[in-house]
Design a protein around this ligand. Structure first.
Ligand SMILES: Nc1ncnc2c1ncn2[C@@H]1O[C@H](COP(=O)(O)OP(=O)(O)OP(=O)(O)O)[C@@H](O)[C@H]1O
Ligand SMILES: CC(=O)N[C@H]1[C@@H]2OC[C@@H](O2)[C@@H](O)[C@@H]1O[C@H](C)C(=O)O
Length: 397
């Protein structure tokens, strides 16, 4: 008999373990740092039980952010830079994982797998790129083989390509985790993540999976952060200090809300390729509001985030008796959350810790969960979404 490659033997034995320890990694559009979640899983699919054992966000140094910003969401980028970053980010993420494990006193041989999102550098659904002959496309860099070799841990990476190949837009993948960890019969729930881009999963209380909706809905922090960087030399508007010092320019807000993205049918995805400061300048020109103060601009962009989220929920999610569970860094922006509460008075709004999900760790937990599914799950049909198991296996030797 021909012997099985020992990597496959090891893969097989990890997949069969009743309980697995996995590390989920997320590096999002805000480029603030690497989220690292160490999770313990038993079971799979609707029978998944998970425990967040450890979580840390390791902030990126400014020079790293600047390197990535040179290619991030840019239509024209230096191909050598992209190539170098693909290897560098993989290797750098591995270093950060080793650093986190050392802090947690966890040895690599105790961890069964790493599930790595990588760094999105360009997200191009057809609606953005408009080339009829090309499919939806997205690109995450930070190659998984570098992580596997450097940590010695089986690494599952590049989750979004399978989703696209099977007819999706490559996002939001939150759908698969939210259904497994967030649904509850008898409760109409919205799991709202406010990261660089805001997305939500609508989980109707009747447990009918065909009605579940998961979509990007609006800019989350991306425009607020970009304005803070450009006009205040700050990475973000900490505790909404700038937004509270300004006032909303209603004309500009109206112009921003008239962007065609909001009229497009969900599910849909987007990114800073569409929602960037050029789009804001166009809205300023269109509304004749070129000369507003920088504080009013940040305040208006914060109001825009809240109004576009609330508008989507009002138009697409029936009934007032909904519970909204927030997560992502934007859940810590008091101006945005305060506005959201005013605009949706009938909804109960709290963060995802009420579900036992640390709001800052939610997306890293999602990737750990997708890794667990890749190892031992089965494709799940949720409405018209691709029923696929995602991720590519990268072996440590
Ligand atoms: N105290 C705070 N006050 C205001 N905003 C905050 C605060 N803390 C975090 N944020 C916002 O959250 C952002 C980071 O959010 P998060 O880490 O969820 O983004 P991400 O993972 O990059 O996003 P994405 O989900 O788009 O990939 C910061 O850039 C900032 O805009
Ligand atoms: C292409 C990409 O990286 N998209 C991210 C981004 O950040 C928020 C939103 O846009 C979401 O669609 C997605 O990430 C989360 C983890 C998701 O796929 O659910």
């Amino acid at each position: 008999m021909i012997p099985l490659n020992h990597n496959l033997q090891r893969l097989f034995s990890i997949a069969q373990k009743p309980s697995k320890l996995g590390i989920g990694l997320m590096s999002g559009t805000s480029l603030d740092g690497l989220d690292i979640a160490l999770c313990k899983f038993t079971g799979h699919g609707l029978g998944t039980h998970f425990e967040l054992v450890q979580f840390i966000t390791i902030p990126y140094p400014d020079d790293f952010k600047q390197e990535v910003q040179q290619v991030f969401a840019k239509r024209n980028a230096d191909l050598e830079k992209v190539t170098l970053l693909n290897a560098y980010i993989g290797s750098y993420h591995a270093e950060l994982i080793l650093q986190a494990m050392s802090q947690w006193h966890i040895e690599p041989h105790n961890v069964d797998f790493i599930a790595s999102h990588g760094q999105t550098i360009y997200h191009a659904p057809q609606r953005l790129h408009q080339h009829k002959s090309s499919p939806n496309a997205t690109l995450q860099i930070g190659d998984g083989d570098h992580i596997a070799i450097k940590t010695g841990i089986l690494t599952i990476s590049d989750f979004r390509q399978k989703h696209i190949a099977a007819g999706g837009e490559g996002a939001p993948l939150a759908l698969y985790g939210d259904v497994l960890l967030g649904s509850k019969t008898g409760e109409n729930r919205v799991l709202l993540n406010i990261g660089g881009i805001a997305n939500l999963t609508w989980l109707p209380g009747d447990g009918d999976f065909s009605r579940v909706l998961c979509t990007d809905i609006a800019p989350g922090n991306t425009l607020i952060d970009a304005a803070c960087r450009k006009y205040f030399d700050k990475p973000y508007d900490e505790d909404s200090a700038i937004a509270y010092s300004g006032k909303v320019n209603e004309n500009l807000l109206k112009a921003l809300l008239s962007h065609p993205f909001f009229k497009e049918k969900a599910p849909k995805t987007t990114g800073p390729e569409l929602f960037n400061l050029n789009m804001v300048t166009e809205a300023q020109q269109q509304s004749g509001t070129g000369a507003i103060s920088n504080a009013d601009l940040v305040c208006t962009l914060s109001a825009f985030t809240a109004a576009s989220i609330a508008g989507f929920i009002k138009e697409n999610i029936a009934g007032g008796d909904i519970k909204i569970f927030t997560s992502g860094g934007g859940a810590r922006n008091p101006f945005v959350i305060g506005k959201l509460k005013k605009l949706l008075p009938q909804a109960a709004i709290g963060d995802s810790s009420a579900l036992g999900i640390n709001p800052d760790a939610k997306e890293a937990i999602l990737f750990a969960l997708l890794g667990n599914e890749a190892l031992c799950g089965e494709p799940i049909s949720i409405g018209a979404n691709p029923a696929v198991l995602m991720g590519k296996f990268c072996f440590p030797v």
